[in-house]
Design a protein around this ligand. Structure first.
Ligand code: OOB
Length: 512
């Protein structure tokens, strides 16, 4: 395995192979199988209506891989920050064929996220879209190791097909970003074996088949939309992938009608908005059979209204880029679909719930360690290799999990994850800030919003000052605080640490 990654112990690897979870194929087999089984079916549709059959997509990927193989060698890392455009899909598969390892950044990320990612991964290339040209220049300047910054709409190299070496299926295929809790980004190595299982098994529990038309409404680079089952699951089933530039009802409803979309995945605030808007929408949404909701907790009340407002089934998904996925099943009783976040995907997902409710897990598609993070790994994993998710759950006798909270220092703002320590470090760099503590505040739509408690030196900055400062530092917009609250001093715990529990209590008091 790539240096800096932690392999599964041989005894478990043997079990995962024996049970057929790990098939020893490269992840790219999803596209290759698509070509051999349904070459003429539509694989991909862009938001503007451009279309590719499986054969056409494969031809594009083949020429692109040939071109890229002249620039990038197997196992070199490349940062990919491309929105939901057809180039994302072609580039993703082409990189797999080259054996280069994509590090999937989100379109919302800025210098403050991208530069550390490039450094940690020792990226040799950075792929961006036209909209990120300026960011591309800034990153190139800050990261001397980058050999190429490539704008995918007009600079993707192609060449006549060449024979490329097969990757080792036990090795890393790509890196996902962790939501994170610390001041520095964490990379999640996903192997060919584990991610292929992830996509195929997810496609099965979501009932994907050749008639599936999957709308990519969330960023394609996010695990949920990529492989849970996401676009890779749709390809695995021989279905069609439709790309939406954003999940707004205006964009998504039109695509659902135009392409007769059957399934999509969204975060709870988007589900709420769709339910509200569907009442007034002129578009025909009747093709939609399944709405998958995850990334943050969907409350039982809105969950119970999905069927009546959108005339489709609901599937709750509680997943993490680190691995473990939980799905409510299509034949689960209504009660479980509405009130739980699903049960583990794989019979060999091992779930351990500690006394305080903390969820620990290991299994055939859950990482054994973050990339190049030995010290952090010692805290994030047990001796016997269980990942400490930081989520607090209750498990029902049926195996279904109810997410009740978390013990990790992270804010979940409508599915977007904000590592508290990272934001605190940025705040501490402000000349008027003496100390900072970031806490989530309950919000009906977003689940949580972000409050930055500050102890200041001199005159207190306003929220506008603070957000302008953070933008200037290149912090992604979704990480900006929604509110600041200035205190004389922070409440402390018995051991003298800032008491975020007490800070959260004060916010709850404020709310009424
Ligand atoms: C998904 O992945 P990440 O890596 O962005 O975030 C993982 C974390 C989980 O540890 C949990 O704290 C939270 O997001 N979460 C949920 C949830 N789904 C994720 N909390 C409550 N209810 C849910 N349904 O968010 C992700 C990855 C794959 C599929 C779906 C979501």
């Amino acid at each position: 395995m790539l240096d800096g990654c932690v392999p599964w112990p041989e005894e478990l690897a043997e079990r995962y192979r024996a049970k057929g979870y790990w098939t020893g194929e490269p992840l790219d087999v999803l596209l290759q199988d698509g070509v051999s089984r349904h070459a003429g079916r539509t694989a991909l549709v862009g938001a503007d209506g451009a279309r590719w059959t499986y054969a056409e997509l494969d031809a594009w990927v083949t020429r692109l891989a040939a071109g890229l193989s002249k620039l990038i060698s197997p196992r070199e890392r490349v940062v990919v920050q491309v929105p939901n455009i057809p180039e994302f899909v072609a580039l993703f598969f082409a990189l797999l064929r080259v054996g280069a390892l994509p590090v999937l950044a989100l379109p919302a990320h800025r210098e403050a996220e991208i530069v550390p990612l490039c450094e940690l991964s020792e990226a040799v290339a950075y792929f961006i879209a036209d909209e990120h040209r300026e960011l591309g220049l800034a990153v190139r300047k800050a990261v001397p190791g980058l050999r190429h910054v490539i704008v995918v709409e007009d600079e993707l190299p192609t060449a006549d097909p060449v024979v490329l070496p097969d990757p080792d299926p036990a090795d890393v295929a790509l890196f996902l970003l962790s939501g994170g809790t610390t001041g520095t980004p964490k990379l999640i190595p996903r192997t060919h074996n584990d991610y292929l299982y992830n996509a195929r098994a997810s496609a099965e529990v979501a009932g994907f088949d050749e008639s599936t038309v999957y709308l990519v409404a969330l960023p394609a680079a996010h695990n949920f939309a990529l492989a849970c089952p996401g676009l890779l699951g749709a390809f695995a089933a021989g279905g069609t992938v439709v790309l939406a530039t954003d999940p707004s009802p205006g964009t998504a409803f039109e695509l659902i009608e135009r392409e007769r979309v059957t399934v999509t995945a969204v975060v709870p605030p988007v589900a709420l908005l769709w339910m509200d808007e569907s009442e007034f929408a002129d578009e025909d949404l009747s093709s939609l059979r399944l709405l998958e909701v995850g990334g943050a907790k969907l409350s039982a009340e809105p969950a119970s209204r999905v069927g009546s407002t959108l005339s489709c089934a609901l599937q709750q998904v509680f997943g993490m880029a680190e691995g473990l996925l939980n799905f409510t099943r299509l034949d689960d009783p209504e009660e479980l679909v509405v009130t739980t976040q699903g049960r583990p995907l794989c019979p060999d997902d091992e779930v351990r719930v500690l006394e305080n409710g903390e969820l620990l897990t290991r299994g055939p598609y859950t990482l054994r360690g973050y990339y190049r993070a030995a010290e952090h790994n010692a805290r994030s994993f047990t001796e016997d290799g269980f990942y400490r998710s930081g989520d607090v759950v209750r498990q029902l006798p049926s195996g279904h999990l109810v997410v009740e909270g978390r013990v990790k220092d992270q804010i979940n703002r409508g599915g977007e994850k904000i590592p508290a320590e990272e934001l605190e470090n940025h705040l501490l760099a402000h000349p008027a800030v003496h100390d900072a503590a970031v806490v989530g505040m309950a919000d009906e739509v977003m689940g949580e919003r972000t409050c930055a408690f500050l102890v200041v030196k001199g005159p207190a900055p306003t929220l506008r000052d603070v957000t302008a400062f953070l933008r200037e530092r290149g912090v992604a917009a979704y990480k900006l605080p929604d509110r600041i609250a200035v205190l004389e001093k922070f409440p402390l715990t018995n051991v003298g640490k800032v008491s975020k529990v007490e800070l959260a209590r004060r916010l709850a008091g404020d709310a009424g």
